[in-house]
Design a protein around this ligand. Sequence first.
Ligand SMILES: [Fe+2]
Ligand SMILES: [Fe+2]
Length: 337
Amino acid sequence: MLKKIKCADLEIGMYINLGESWMRHSFFRPAFKITSVKQIKKIAAAGFRSVMVDPDRSDPAVRSKLGEGQPVNGDSQDLPMIEVPDENEFDPMEQISDELVAAIEDPAIPPEKKAEIVYSHSIRMMDNILQEPSPENILKGKTMIYATVDHILADDETADHLSQITSHDYYTYTHSVNVGLLSVLLAKEAFKNIEGHDMQELGAGFFLHDLGKCDVPASLINKPDKLSPQEWELMRNHPSKGKRLLKEARQLSEECALIVMQHHEREDGTGYPLGLHRNEIHDYGRICSIADVYDALTSTRAYKKKLPPFQALQVMKDEMFHHFNRDLFGIFVSIFS
Ligand SMILES: [Fe+2]
Ligand SMILES: [Fe+2]
């Protein structure tokens, strides 16, 4: 029988089942055995106060402690239990990639469903990369981004649906996917009929623009108070760190370098890290900065509520217009109309 256990009492070796809410929190599967403290922290950070634990599938060492948990009521016992292979038997990135490509290529799946699959698989991919930004994961991630970009370029209907379905929790992995998808949609519009842009590589830069935030804790990203000088330094360095990680993975294309380094630059010179002005900022960096700010405004943060899309665009126009390239901002607005 499943037991309900408070997150604070979770231990390595317990076999948990997150039920239907697992999709929203990007764990790779709904039921699994906890193998690290990191997973416990992630469960708590995802907003779970308690979870279901299956004593029979948990390690004997922790099974006795589960006797103190509350038996679950009838409804909860019906939570789906999915048989999964052992943690070491498969590579999550390969599985995500296989599922993504299969869905994209399946003509029987309607565009709306395809958009959902592209989105949920992109979230899991980015979560994996940000948890472990190894050269191998970065390379596998790029391959998936290439497939996603190709599909967005080839299928207008799926692209339309993608502009509607963005999660509004502000985690670096959800933000990366939102900005990645919105930037690709903007680049698709801005560069249509224009040769010479490597859209796959642009997509990689957009999705990976905040790679350097991989070790910035969520508490700092969502901190409502003013950042201390050390915290600000950590934030300010994330473009350089992202560039370094891509270089070490031998994946630093020119497109990725421009996007990663320039997505916080502003037309009026108030951005960072270099305080570049207008024509010193490449269109690739400009595109990403527009999507980046839009996603920040439309996401819920610890210190503010999210704005609806129209209101966010209005704020960008009225209060931040001098930050963005006018032509690209106009095209961005047109995506939502
Ligand atoms: Fe950033
Ligand atoms: Fe960002």
